[in-house]
Design a protein around this ligand. Structure first.
Ligand code: HEC
Length: 202
């Protein structure tokens, strides 16, 4: 029998130690969150639960095995509800307000009124807003560079509805799938990004 190099055992042992350490840190972090997050009104403890997709992304440093990622991404894609009237472009002026608005779904809102999209938290979008985050790419001149074809409109609608249908471990929230934004609101955001009259494309 061939001798197995000791380095293989060392690497395997190290992998087990690293994985165990990561799980230990995760357990500590979850305990801390559960200790410090207090359920109030509509904001229940269930908000700390991850779904299966998040569990997979969280435990693989956002790099799940490719065949599984592809399969799950297909499931997310198949779950997108596109507008029954086949129209994707709403009102860009309303879209700008939704992109600016970061309110909604907190215990103090009580769940009443429309939610915001907080898009500027992560994206540069219109020319008049100079305070924006950069976790997401700049969407400035998005329609001008990507075009405004029905395919692009459908893609942007779907991306806002469920970003993880196009990039499984995306950091972007699933606005339609989670019920945060309505069909009409998503159409308004598509218009903000793609309508040639929107300041985004000037
Ligand atoms: C927490 C951060 C975050 C928020 C909030 C967020 N996004 Fe994103 N978004 C991202 C990231 C990161 C990407 C790039 C990775 C990816 O494609 O998933 C992205 C990608 C996109 C894309 C695709 C860009 C391309 O080049 O194809 C669009 C369109 C988009 N976001 C629109 C929006 C809109 C509209 C909102 C508000 C309703 C929003 N995003 C809110 C993080 C965010």
């Amino acid at each position: 029998m061939n001798k197995i190099p000791a380095s293989i055992f060392a690497a395997a042992a190290l992998a087990i130690v690293v994985t165990a350490q990561a799980e230990d840190d995760r357990a500590k972090a979850v305990t801390m969150m559960k200790r410090d997050f207090h359920a109030r009104s509509i904001a229940g403890m269930d908000r700390l639960n991850e779904d299966g997709l998040q569990a997979l992304c969280n435990r693989s440093q956002n790099q799940p095995p490719k065949p599984i990622a592809e399969r799950l991404q297909q499931d997310q894609l198949a779950d997108i509800k596109y507008p029954a009237d086949g129209k994707y472009l709403g009102d860009w002026k309303s879209g700008e307000k939704i992109a600016q608005n970061g309110r909604g779904m907190t215990w103090s809102d009580g769940g009443a009124g429309a939610n915001g999209g907080s898009c500027y938290n992560c994206h540069q979008i219109g020319p008049n807003e100079t305070s924006f985050g950069n976790i997401g790419n700049s969407l400035r001149q998005f329609g001008k560079t990507r075009g405004n074809s029905p395919q692009v409109q459908k893609y942007v609608y779907g991306k806002i509805f469920n970003a993880k249908a196009f990039n499984l471990c995306s950091n972007m929230p699933r606005f339609g799938q989670s019920g945060t934004l309505t069909e009409e609101q998503i159409k308004d955001l598509v218009a903000l990004l793609l309508d040639p009259n929107s300041p985004v494309n000037k």
